[in-house]
Design a protein around this ligand. Structure first.
Ligand code: ADP
Ligand code: MG
Length: 542
């Protein structure tokens, strides 16, 4: 062909060449078309399977999403239900909380009512109110060499505690025996954490009674170290008995009661009441007048006697009664007396708990005879009395700042007024000697004497209470100077509050049980209704 071509013209060659290339093109395109067909087929097939896969996938996805959606819906519904339930619970809890609060309030009210009723019952029967105070464990409770941590100390040694505000719980355990819990009920029980304020809050209403015409006696009983002096006076720095006035919140019943008495008096018409103080110590069955002065005016502890007056009342002739006009005057005076208690040679004793201390506030007012036998608390009477007499008698009495040497002594001015009666009520505050049952063995001399006198006077007190409880015709008041001195208060002429003081420590278990037993017996004493004091002290003036 090419040889032939050589002979042919270029045109022919060119024609041939293009024909040839067209032929080749045609050949190629048919291959391409074939390939294309195959690829297309394949693609179609793949596309189809892809499509069906995608379809399957989407179906699957739909199925799954439906399941999940269902699950989510269920969960949401669950949450909604829970929310509703929660709201219901919240409402219920709120309701419950409210009704609990109402119940608590009602319970508190009922409790107060019950307490008031109980108090009236106590009053009607002439019972002795017994309160019990358990002091906290103190460092000196743990014997030297046996120092333990406060927690362990609590578990180990605290055997007496307040189960509630009316119950003392004592865990009695003896080696080799199962421990036994004993409970004692009193009108009020103070736990170790209760403050002087709380204790005094229960005492304060008695002071209102005092100005209403009742005699009142508050007596602290318990072994040495159980908190009698703390409760009655307040914390005492060392053995020097003085009021720690720096910290008012720590003050005990005596200073607080005085403040309260003067506060109550300040609400009355000026000059209608006046207050005298006496401080007495009973030591070794002797009565010492801690406010008595010798001829030079120096303070001097003088021995006094206790006698029974014609009216059958106990009296201490010549006992010093100092007039005081306010609480600080009173504190100053009592402090002087208390300091004498530890420095005077006839009164020297190792410990203040070896003697009984009796602080007496005598409150005098004047009532007109017209109103005799009725309450002079009546405001109108008070006002009238004030107008008629306060300008004369009490002021003069104050000006002279008299120290009357006998309770019967009275201002002469009063005798001039025809229709006047002088009425006295008495607040006796007693810090008894330690009630521990100290054995006599090994004790000699002064200590033996001291111990035997304390034991005798406290058992005389128990005997007197026993005789009254059994309503015996003879009550042995005169067996001891202590009971003779306190005869009128114990015997029914006064609202009597016995404050039992208890050490919580294991090692004082015997003494604590003895004190609790004493308190329990005292509570059972019924003396008949305590009478309001409205008899005239003076006979009618001429
Ligand atoms: P008592 O007069 O019965 O012998 P005290 O009143 O002297 O006893 O108390 C002994 C110690 O215990 C004192 O140091 C006192 O301050 C302390 N004490 C007593 N009762 C309490 C109390 N409730 N809180 C704190 N300390 C107290
Ligand atoms: Mg004391």
């Amino acid at each position: 062909q090419y040889q032939g071509l050589a002979r042919r013209s270029t045109n022919e060659v060119l024609q041939l060449y293009s024909a040839h290339s067209q032929q080749q093109k045609l050949q190629r395109s048919s291959v391409v078309i074939q390939m294309y067909g195959a690829i297309k087929k394949r693609l179609k097939r793949d596309l189809k399977s892809l499509h069906s896969f995608a379809l399957e996938l989407s179906k699957d996805f739909q199925r799954q999403s439906k399941t999940y959606l269902y699950q989510v819906l269920t969960a949401v519904q669950g949450i909604q239900l829970q929310n509703e339930a929660m709201q219901m619970f919240q409402v219920k809890a709120f309701d419950l909380e409210q009704s609990l609060q109402e119940l608590t309030e009602r319970y508190e009210k009922e409790k107060q009512k019950r307490r008031a009723l109980h108090n009236s019952l106590v009053e009607l029967r002439g019972n002795i109110r017994v309160h019990c105070r358990i002091r906290p464990l103190l460092p000196f409770d743990t014997a030297a060499g046996h120092l333990v941590s406060p927690d362990r100390q609590r578990n180990f040694s605290e055997v007496a505690c307040a189960a509630d505000d009316e119950t003392v719980l004592v865990k009695c355990s003896r080696p080799g025996h199962a421990s036994v819990n004993k409970t004692f009920q009193f009108e009020r029980v103070y736990s170790a954490s209760e403050s002087q304020d709380t204790v005094f809050a229960d005492v304060a209403p008695l002071l209102t009674s005092l100005l209403d015409g009742y005699n009142v006696c508050i007596m602290a009983y318990g072994q040495t170290g159980s908190g009698k002096t703390y409760t009655m006076l307040g914390p005492q720095p060392e053995e020097n008995l003085v009021f720690a006035i720096e910290d008012e919140s720590e003050l005990g019943i005596i200073p607080r009661a005085t403040q309260e008495v003067f506060r109550l008096i300040s609400e009355k018409p000026p000059g209608s009441y006046w207050v005298e103080v006496s401080v007495v110590e009973v030591y070794n069955n002797e009565v010492f007048d801690l406010l008595a002065k010798d001829s030079c005016g120096k303070v001097f502890g003088i021995k006094r006697d206790v006698v029974t007056s014609r009216e059958g009342k106990s009296d201490v002739p010549l006992l010093t009664h100092e007039t005081v006009e306010n609480a600080s005057e009173f504190l100053h005076l009592v402090n002087k007396g208390l300091q004498l208690r530890v420095t005077h040679t006839t009164l020297v004793h190792a410990h203040s708990s070896r003697s009984h201390l009796v602080v007496t506030l005598t409150i005098t007012t004047v009532v007109s005879e017209d109103n005799f036998g009725t309450s002079w608390e009546d405001e109108q009477t008070s006002q009238r009395l004030h107008k008629e007499f306060s300008c004369t008698f009490p002021q003069k009495m104050r000006e002279s700042k008299s120290t009357s040497s006998s309770r019967a002594s009275s201002p002469a001015q009063l005798e001039a007024t025809d229709k006047m009666k002088q009425v006295k009520t008495r607040l006796q505050l007693v810090d008894l000697a330690g009630s521990e049952c100290v054995g006599m063995s090994g004790v000699t001399g002064a200590a033996l004497r001291e111990t035997s006198f304390i034991n005798r006077s406290l058992s005389a007190l128990a005997d007197v209470l026993g005789a009254i409880a059994e309503q015996r015709s003879h009550v042995p008041y005169r067996n001891s100077k202590l009971t003779h001195l306190l005869q009128d208060s114990i015997g029914g002429d006064a609202k009597l509050l016995l404050m039992l003081c208890i050490s919580p420590d294991q090692k004082y278990l015997t003494e604590s049980m003895q004190s609790l037993g004493f308190g329990t017996r005292a509570r059972q004493v019924q003396r008949g209704q305590v009478r309001k004091k409205n008899f005239p002290v003076l006979s009618k003036a001429k």
